[in-house]
Design a protein around this ligand. Structure first.
Ligand code: NAI
Length: 253
């Protein structure tokens, strides 16, 4: 798996949600290509394994992504440890328990938007100037099939993921001519701790999801990480503002 993408060697990658699931798989995939990865998460989780395995090239910051001053500190720490960020992976996110509008109070709505959307705006605000100075950089935002259709979450999550699709498109349009590559990923059913409830008990829910997916299975977070690697290479530099589904055909229906 190593050094398949030599362009990614020594690149500084900032990844949110690096302690678990897709973010952890992305961090590991870039580390395996020789990138220097700075993780941000509110829990240590699997960042512990990454620091042990990649002690020279992985560093992390623990904090709530909705706290702007902590984000600022983390970016400063990344600068001191590895230098300017070349690749930003906005991956951290939370689900909303699939609640419809009348079951969603203002606090849940605000939290889902703060974690999933506003943090992306704030972190991009902190990191984009570095990229503009270098006249190059890649930003990959984690959307979802819930960014295109209903049913992938409740009212708050689906609205937030649609907002991420819009954010990605406008950002991509605004900075395309200045060397910044901006893309999104829209995963379908990926087996991570976020979906642990679907696999609980006899796993009936997970089985239903697999059956509803045209290719009849869940995907692993490493499959999303593999797509992320490619999107960050110069070979993918003509892909701009596109949100790429990786969903086993879910959006075909
Ligand atoms: P996960 O729950 O395994 O990992 C999410 C990580 O984000 C966790 O380590 C968590 O601590 C961190 N995080 C959450 N809130 C945070 C906060 N306030 N501050 C700092 N860190 C915070 O979830 P998964 O599945 O890896 O999801 C990653 C992204 O992929 C999310 O944006 C999710 O919406 C998206 N996604 C996931 C799909 C799936 O099927 N697993 C499908 C489509 C999109």
């Amino acid at each position: 798996m190593k050094n398949r993408y030599s362009d990614l060697t020594e690149k500084v990658v900032f990844v949110t949600g690096a302690a678990s699931g897709i973010g952890q798989a992305q961090a590991k995939a870039f580390l395996e290509q020789g990138s220097r990865v700075f993780g941000f998460d509110q829990q240590l989780g699997r960042m512990d394994d990454l620091s042990q395995q990649f002690s020279e090239t992985f560093a992390y910051f623990l904090g709530d992504i909705t706290n702007h001053s902590l984000l600022k500190k983390a970016v400063e720490q990344c600068h001191e440890t590895f230098g300017k960020v070349a690749i930003l992976l906005n991956t951290a996110g939370i689900l909303d328990e699939y609640q419809p509008l009348l079951e969603t109070d203002e606090a849940l709505w605000d939290r889902v938007f703060a974690v999933n959307v506003k943090s992306m705006f704030q972190l991009t605000h902190l990191i984009l100037p570095d990229m503009l100075e270098e006249e190059t950089g890649t930003i990959i935002n984690m959307a979802s099939i819930a960014g295109f259709v209903g049913g992938g979450g409740g009212i708050a999550y689906t609205s937030a993921k649609h907002a991420i699709v819009g954010f990605t498109k406008q950002l991509a349009l605004d900075y395309a001519s200045q060397g910044i590559r901006i893309k999104g990923i829209a995963p379908g059913a990926i087996q991570t701790p976020m979906n642990a409830a679907d696999f609980a008990g006899n796993g009936e829910m997970a089985e239903w999801v697999a059956n509803e997916t045209p290719v009849k299975r869940w995907a692993q977070p490493e499959e999303v990480a593999e797509l992320t690697l490619f999107l960050a290479t110069p070979q993918a530099s003509y892909i701009q503002g596109t949100i790429i589904p990786i969903d086993g055909g879910w959006l075909l229906k």
